[in-house]
Structure formats: C-alpha cells, structure tokens
Design a protein around this ligand. Structure first.
Ligand code: NAG
Ligand code: NAG
Ligand code: NAG
Ligand code: NAG
Length: 406
C-alpha cells in the first residue's frame, strides 16, 4: 500500500507540474531556491561610457542610500575614481587613513574607473599586470561584479557627440563619417589616454589595451579573464531584460531596479549613420565588437538558463508597467525635458559637447514621502554623488558641482 500511495503521489505531482506549465502558471512558485535568501549587498559595477550606465548608477545609488550601504566615492574634489588611469585604491575617499593593519572596505563601488582588479600580477600582456592596489583591495571578497556594454557602433556615435570638444582625435573631424573614412589622420596613438574615447573605449574601460590588434588568441584570453572577474555583463540594447536578470541574481525587489532613463540625449542630437559608416565603426573598434558579440551571446544564454523566455517576458512586462506607473506619479507630463525646460537646478543634468542631455521636472503636488522617492529617481549622477558624499563624509568639504553655478 505504501508503494502504491507513493506512485499515486508522484503521478499527481507530475500532472500538477505539467498542468502548471500548460496553464502558464508560475512554476517558480513550486520551486523556490535561488530566489530566496537575503538580497546581495556587496556590488561592484564597472561603469563603462555611453552605455546607459548612468541609469544603472542611479539604481545602485538609490539602493545604497535606502539600505545605508557605504559607497566607494571619488576622493576629495574628484568626480571619477582616477579615470582614465588604471584604478588605485587611494582614489577612493577614506582609503589610506585607517591606520596600520586596517583596510577600509565598501559595499558598493560604481563610479567611472578603469578596471584593475588586483594587486597580484595579471598574465603578461594584460592591462592589469603588476599594478598595486586594485579594486579587490577595497571591496569584500564576496562582491558581485557586473558591468554593461552597448553595440560599439552606437557607443562610438554617442561618444563622438558627447566628447567632440575634449577628445583630440574627434576635435578636428567634421563628422563621425569623416572620422571613420580615415581615422588614422585624426587618431594619434601618442595621445592614447585622452583618445581612449575614440577607439575600443569599452575594452579600455575593462583595463585592456584599446590599440592592440584584434588577434584571436589575444581576444580569447582577455575574454576569459573577464569571465573570471565579472559574474554578469549586461547589454544596453536589452536594458529592461538586463534589469530583470540583475534583479533575479541579486534577489532585489522590483522597485529597486525600476528607473527613469538618465543622461539621455534628445532625438535631435542622435546621428543616423550610413551602413558604410557602421561597417567601418565595427572594423575600427574590432576589439569592442568582439567583446559585444561575446557578451551578447552569454547574456542570452544566461537569460535562458535563469529565467526562460516566458518568465522573462512576464517580468519585463511587470517592470515596464511599474515604470509607467512611477513616471505618471512623479513626472510632469510623464516625459523627459531639455535643459531650458528644467526648473529645479538640482535636477539639471551636466551638458557636454553637441549632446542635448535631457532630464525631468517633478510634479509639483507630491507628498513628502513620494517626493523623496521621485527625487531620487530623477536626480542626475553628479548631484546624487555630491549628496551621498555629504551624507558619508559630513566633515569634508562638499563636492563642488561647478556647472550649476554658486
Ligand atoms: C548607517 O551606517 C552608519 C555607518 O555605517 C551608521 O553609523 C548609522 O547609524 C547607520 N544609520 C542607519 C539609519 O542605519
Ligand atoms: C544579440 O543577440 C540577440 C539574441 O541572440 C540577437 O538577436 C542579436 O542579433 C545580437 N546582436 C548582435 C549585434 O549581434
Ligand atoms: C526645448 O524644448 C522646447 C519644446 O520642445 C523647444 O522649443 C526648445 O527649443 C528646446 N530647447 C533646447 C535648448 O533644445
Ligand atoms: C514635508 O516637508 C516639509 C519641508 O521639509 C516640512 O515642513 C513638512 O512638515 C513635511 N510634512 C510632513 C507631513 O511631514
């Protein structure tokens, strides 16, 4: 009889399981596991350039602030963690003043830096070789490392518009088409640090040589190193899918990863590239192209393994619905605004080059609690960094956000 009941029970369980799949029910309800447990609170985000990373930064700043987590902020009056130089621990505020034998650690690190993980020597030929005081010196051992990358063609287009005036290689080029038609007449390797935005910028941000030839063995070796150091690399073209996967892996709440797009350009200042220019961009940024191809593949394999298509689309729909709800609640006209329309200067984003960077106006009738939530979501990155810096280091002179005046 015992055996009989077990068989019936198994049959019943199997039927339920199949029925659940058939009816599109939440199979994960029956199989918790990975989704349970405390949220991950040790996070290192490598903030790459022109990749929607400002929006990710806002998500991390908000999480840090609401959970009272320490953030590894740029020291003194700086706005970056040493970029474009390779990261050193002393670029972080509060490091180096702990006294002998102590090492200050932080929960969240997410400002611009050029990745340099460790004190130990990396393999010969990697950008990381032999440098002291890497990221691992200030982050706990169990830290979750992730980053985001974007199609290098649109990444380069965005960088060209944004850094036109500051990057030597871009300065005298009339357009990106002109630049890519004969890049070597504009791009001089000897100015390589200042020119990092002009070629394989993401490869550079990960700490590698952005002028290296894109040879197979070299590329494969560097990608293998990245796989070792980063648990996840997100894709800007699939931003919402990326946030769903991130939330799943970090076990965060939905509202933790809902965001308003920040540091976004107006349509007017986004250039349409000819097909020929696009092909040239892929060749000019061949290392970034290989990087993107690789992590676009691993991203979708991960989504498949962790969530599957049905759960993914359900979660993306939930995220978008909540985002629309918060936009309606917080934002005047639920829409982004240009610099001349933004009334609160605390919400005015930094402007650069020919890019017309958009921001938000909040609805005027919000209660205090809602206002705090909305304000955090709409706050541009420099203002938010200054705010966190003042909270964490009340005794230090505050960050001076020059462009706001006074
Ligand atoms: C936040 O953290 C700091 C130091 O890490 C601590 O002194 C402070 O009491 C904490 N505040 C809250 C509200 O938990
Ligand atoms: C990225 O991966 C998706 C899904 O496999 C694919 O549809 C898309 O074409 C890929 N993008 C590029 C630029 O290769
Ligand atoms: C901002 O938007 C308004 C309304 O669309 C437009 O009239 C104005 O020219 C824009 N200003 C800038 C600086 O782009
Ligand atoms: C809301 O904030 C304002 C300004 O900080 C304060 O004067 C007011 O008392 C607050 N209202 C409530 C209900 O907390």
């Amino acid at each position: 009889a015992h055996r009989y009941f077990r068989a019936v029970f198994l049959l019943l369980a199997l039927t339920l399981f199949l029925l659940a799949g058939f009816l599109h029910l939440d199979i994960e309800l029956f199989m918790p596991g990975q989704d349970t447990g405390p949220p991950v609170t040790s996070i290192m985000f490598l903030k790459t350039h022109k990749t929607a990373s400002s929006t990710v930064l806002n998500i991390l700043y908000r999480f840090a602030e609401t959970h009272n987590l320490s953030v590894a902020l740029p020291a003194g009056s700086h706005f970056h963690l040493g970029y474009p130089w390779l990261f050193l621990a002393r670029y972080v505020e509060g490091v180096g003043q702990e006294g002998p034998g102590l090492q200050r650690r932080f929960s969240v690190m997410c400002n611009h830096l050029r990745f340099n993980p460790t004190e130990a020597s990396g393999p010969a030929g990697s950008g990381w070789a032999g440098l002291v005081q890497g990221v691992q010196k200030v982050m706990p051992q169990n830290t979750f490392y992730f980053s985001i990358i974007r199609n290098p063609v649109s990444q380069l287009e965005s960088a060209f518009t944004y850094y036109k005036g500051v990057v030597p290689a871009f300065r005298s080029a009339k357009s990106l088409d002109a630049f890519l038609a004969s890049p070597h007449s504009y791009y001089k390797g000897s100015l390589s640090l200042q020119n990092a935005y002009a070629r394989n910028n993401m490869w550079f941000d990960f700490g590698f040589d952005n002028n290296a030839p894109a040879e197979d063995s070299y590329v494969q070796a560097r990608l293998a190193e990245l796989e070792q150091h980063f648990q996840l690399v997100l894709i800007a073209e699939y931003f919402d899918e990326s946030m769903v996967l991130l939330r799943h892996l970090l076990r965060w709440r939905l509202d933790d990863v809902v965001s308003f797009r920040l540091n976004m350009r107006s349509e007017r200042t986004v250039a349409r590239l000819a097909p020929e220019t696009q092909e040239r961009a892929k060749r000019w940024c061949a290392l970034d192209w290989r990087l993107y191809q690789h992590f676009n593949r691993t991203f979708w394999a991960r989504v498949q393994a962790e969530l599957g298509p049905r759960r993914l689309s359900r979660e993306v729909a939930r995220l978008r619905a909540r985002q629309r709800e918060l936009a309606a609640l917080c934002l005047l006209d639920s829409a982004p605004k240009n610099r001349s329309q933004i009334t609160d200067r605390h919400l005015l984003p930094f402007q650069s080059g020919a890019a017309d960077i958009l921001g938000y106006n909040l609805r005027p009738d919000l209660d205090n609690e809602t206002l705090r939530t909305c304000h955090r979501m709409a706050m541009p990155e420099l203002q938010y960094m200054a705010h966190l810096y003042a909270l964490q280091f009340p005794g230090k002179p505050p960050k001076n956000i020059g462009f706001l005046g006074k």
